[in-house]
Design a protein around this ligand. Structure first.
Ligand SMILES: [Zn+2]
Length: 273
C-alpha cells in the first residue's frame, strides 16, 4: 500500500509530466472510483480544465485545475501512467484523462479501491476526505502539547494511535514501526503514558523517517511501485519492519513480530522496552 512517501513520489513524478496540460475528454470505465460528484457531472466539469499544479494532503494527491480541485487516493494499488491517446487501453485502466496534446493520463487500479473527488476551489477544506485529516508531519502546530492533548485519554496502543490519520496524517504501518524503533518506544505502550521526551522523539523521528523515505523514492514492498520504472529504495534502510527473526541493527537482539490492533508490528524487545 502506498504511504505518504510513495504518494509524495507519485505527486512529484506527475508534476513533471502533466502540469500545463488541458483536459479535452474523460473516460470512466469503472464508476465506483468516482466518489463525488456523479460520473456525468465529473466528466462534464473536467472538460476544458487545465492542470495548474499538484499538491498532497495526507495520502491524497490534489490536482489544481482552473476551476476545481481533483482529489485522488490510490488506496492499495492505484497507479498513474502517461500514454498517447492512441495507445492500447489495458484492462485495469479505469479513469482516463485525455489532453489536447493527444497524450492521456490513465489511472490504473487492479483492486479498484481508489477514489476520486472533484471539488469546488472554495470547498477543499470542508470536503469529506480532507476535513477529517490531522496535522501534516511538517506542520508547525505539531508539537508536544498537541500530542499530549490528543493522546491523554486514548486506550489504544501507541502503534495503533500513530496510524490514526486524524491526529498526524500520512503515517502508515511501515513507518509507524520505524518511528517507534527510532524513538525507543514499545509499540504496546498507551499514548497517555509517554513522557514529553518520548513525544518529542516521535515528532522528530516522524519527520526524519518520512523525509528519508521521500528522498529514496518511498519503500517498495510487495507489488507497489509508484509509476512505470520507478522503484523506491527505502526498504533497504528499514530497522524493524518486515525484519522478523533478523538481528536488530543496533543491539543484535532478534526482531519480534506481533499483531497490534490487527496490524503486523515489528519491534526490538531490547531497544523498545
Ligand atoms: Zn535493538
Amino acid at each position: 500500500m502506498p504511504e505518504l512517501p510513495e504518494v509524495e513520489t507519485v505527486k512529484e513524478t506527475l508534476k513533471k509530466k502533466v502540469i500545463g496540460k488541458t483536459i479535452k475528454n474523460v473516460i470512466v470505465r469503472h464508476n465506483n472510483i468516482i466518489a463525488s460528484p456523479d460520473v456525468s457531472t465529473f466528466k462534464e466539469k473536467l472538460i476544458g480544465q487545465k492542470i495548474i499544479d499538484l499538491s498532497r494532503r495526507g495520502k491524497w494527491i490534489i490536482f489544481h485545475l482552473t476551476d476545481y480541485y481533483l482529489l485522488s487516493h490510490l488506496r492499495m494499488e492505484g497507479k498513474y501512467f502517461l500514454k498517447d491517446i492512441g495507445d492500447e487501453v489495458t484492462k485495469h485502466q479505469h479513469v482516463i484523462f485525455e489532453f489536447t496534446d493527444n497524450t492521456s493520463l490513465r489511472y490504473q487500479d487492479v483492486r479498484k479501491f481508489g477514489k476520486m473527488y472533484l471539488v469546488d476551489k472554495d470547498k477543499l477544506l470542508d470536503c469529506e476526505p480532507i476535513k477529517e485529516l490531522g496535522l501534516e508531519p511538517w506542520d508547525n502546530n505539531l508539537n508536544v502539547s498537541y500530542l499530549k492533548e490528543k493522546y491523554k485519554n486514548l486506550k489504544h496502543p501507541i502503534k495503533t494511535t500513530l496510524l490514526d490519520q486524524s491526529i498526524i496524517t500520512g503515517i502508515g504501518n511501515i513507518y509507524a514501526d520505524e518511528i517507534l524503533f527510532l524513538s525507543n518506544i514499545n509499540p504496546h505502550k498507551l499514548p497517555g503514558s509517554l513522557s514529553d521526551k518520548d513525544l518529542s522523539n516521535i515528532i522528530k523521528n516522524t519527520k526524519s523517517v518520512l523525509e528519508k523515505a521521500i528522498k529514496k523514492g518511498g519503500t517498495t514492498i510487495r507489488s507497489y511501485t509508484s509509476d512505470e520504472g520507478i522503484t523506491g529504495m527505502f526498504q533497504n534502510d528499514l530497522y524493524v519492519h518486515q525484519r522478523e527473526k533478523e538481528s536488530c541493527r543496533i543491539c543484535g537482539s532478534t526482531i519480534i513480530k506481533e499483531k497490534i490492533g490487527g496490524r503486523g508490528t515489528y519491534y526490538c524487545p531490547k531497544c523498545q522496552k
